[in-house]
Design a protein around this ligand. Sequence first.
Ligand SMILES: [Zn+2]
Length: 439
Amino acid sequence: MGKFVNLFVVLTVIIIMYPATPARAADFRPIKIGLATEQDQIALNVADAEAILDLAGTEPVNVPVPGDQVIMTACDDQITLNFMPVGPGPLLVIPGSSSLVWNQHHYRGGFLISAKNNHLILINFISLEDYLRGVVPREVMASWPLAALKAQAIAARTYAIASLGRHGSDNFDLCPTDHCQVYGGIDSEKASTDIAVTSTAGEIITYRGKVISAVYHSSSGGSTFDAANVWNFSVPYLKSAIDWDQNSPYNQWTRYLNWNELQGLVSHYYPLIGRLQRVSDIVSASDGQLLRITLQGDLGENTINGDQFRALAGLPSVRVQIGVIYGPAPFVNLWWSPGSPYPEALMADNAISGLVADVLTPPWDLPDPWSWLEDKEPIRMVLRGSGWGHGVGLSQWGARGMADAGYNESQILEHYYPGATITDIGNIHMDGSKNNAGQ
Ligand SMILES: [Zn+2]
């Protein structure tokens, strides 16, 4: 325990010694971003580093640096520098007058290197505000209006502190991918997004005094989803809201999957049902959200929810209508509409576009209603949808739409997180590394 207390004291002091961003949230603890895990070796240029410390004991030990370039490896849970064992670590690399570089990318703050299972983990130890400078421009376009950038900065700050310790088993808080939040370090920073971060420094979103789970996505395709309909748990501030995402490039999209391609995907994800023969019982909510679909194979069947199907088919969102084209010519397109227990059957004039030539009335009341298609095989699936992402919480393209219409960041966030308010990070009680997102 003493080791970790000491580690935080050392690192917090170091961060305060090198304050890149003056912020009223400067006393919030630095956060740890896992840049790389399971590394056989890490090469660093340390010519400009102030020092390398081994933090294993109660007092940090200064590690002699054998040159300007070091190659770090792990051996029997000892870290080696240029193949000389220096201690168990973690090692802290303190920046000098210029920023640290790894893999040709520049990072603010320091680096922590720890050994695990004879591999290395590289962690960027950085102030919350400097971290956000490398996040906001990776999540939205720096050319967007300032109110949209500020809304993203506040949401990303809130999401980060509600997610502290998410990768605790590897001793860091967040990863730099869209599993947590995309983070690109100094090379990603832009002047406009820096302004969005610094002008909102310390601002976070709360609901009844608790930090919210500030989930966000690219665009919902017309209206955001209630979390209860996507993730099966209800959150008072993650309710459906009209989305201002009309200018999103993902407002309407179409995907085609050849039937044998779909069969391959189903065999991979759901091997027990055998070879896919048809899809049926496709149920959608009135707002277009795909709720469930039944996959029928030659060995069995499986009903999956919309999110599982989105993952299976690699779709941008769950707001999707499904059509299946049967051939040979004349082609029949079965098209499932929200609210209807059976698909419509449309005669299609070709198998590529599925364009309608005639409307058929299939005998859906027969004991085996599929028998009228017995001389035809499914050829391809047509997927027409809107939106990009899970569709819950803040819509990034919607924030841009509201900003274009003159709304400020508070109005944007209060629209997408109804009932939530913006407050200063100093006004809330943080309990360290636990996720204390309000429910
Ligand atoms: Zn992650």
